[in-house]
Design a protein around this ligand. Structure first.
Ligand SMILES: N[C@@H](CCC(=O)N[C@@H](CS)C(=O)NCC(=O)O)C(=O)O
Length: 199
């Protein structure tokens, strides 16, 4: 395969998810910082919604992080269980992480980012933190006492590792009542992919 190029933003959870997926598939990609004034118009011209991540793979321009994950799973044979029926739940969990965990954390991150602490709105931070904690219950139930959400490292590992990494960076902890998620995150952080891809 020709060289992969990733238009990337370090703190973007969708980009981090793709960086994790690439690393876990053993694929190297040239990372291009999408914020660079030189590159910004280039990647924006490649994607109708003007969002990163964007992966260039040979002749293919792939935008939308979940489409990129599907492509990486297709070409690597990794990131999803072998049996189609077993792929349903990791795909659903990936969408849940994007759609429920993401917006909850966004409240905290957007409130704290680029502002002095004296200007933070504690009500917004508390609302985001509570929504995050509420959303963890379903994930904790789905994980149970297993090592991974499916039979191997798969889409939800990529998505949730990035979200938990950002939560930690912005002072949002996984409560002790979700000890299985705490342990899961500790295992994810111990993998080489975490250090290699963290913002
Ligand atoms: N659904 C998209 C969402 C990607 C997204 O929202 N990316 C944000 C950064 S986290 C973005 O590119 N914002 C515009 C910008 O940074 O210029 C995906 O999964 O790839």
């Amino acid at each position: 395969m020709s060289l992969l190029k990733l238009y990337d933003k370090p703190e973007c959870p969708f980009c981090w998810k793709v960086r994790l997926a690439l690393h876990e598939c053993g694929m190297a990609a040239e990372r291009i910082d999408s914020r660079s004034p030189v590159h910004r118009p280039l990647w924006q011209a490649l994607t109708p919604r003007k969002t990163v991540p964007v992966l260039l793979a040979g002749d293919h321009v792939i935008h939308e992080s979940n489409v990129i994950l599907e492509y990486l799973a297709d070409i690597s044979g990794r990131l999803l269980p072998a049996n189609p029926a077993d792929r349903i739940q990791p795909r659903q969990l990936n969408v849940y992480v994007d759609g429920v965990i993401g917006p909850a954390l966004r409240e905290v991150i957007f409130e704290k980012r680029d502002k002095p602490e004296a200007e933070w709105d504690p009500a917004r931070i508390q609302a985001g933190t509570l929504a995050f904690e509420k959303a963890l219950r379903y994930l904790s139930e789905q994980l149970g006492d297993r090592d991974f959400f499916a039979d191997r490292y798969s889409f939800p590992e990529c998505a949730l590792t990035a979200r938990f990494g950002l939560a930690e960076a912005y002072g949002v902890a996984i409560p002790d009542r979700f000890v299985n998620l705490q342990d899961w995150f500790a295992r994810m952080k111990a993998r080489p992919s975490y250090r290699a891809t963290a913002p």
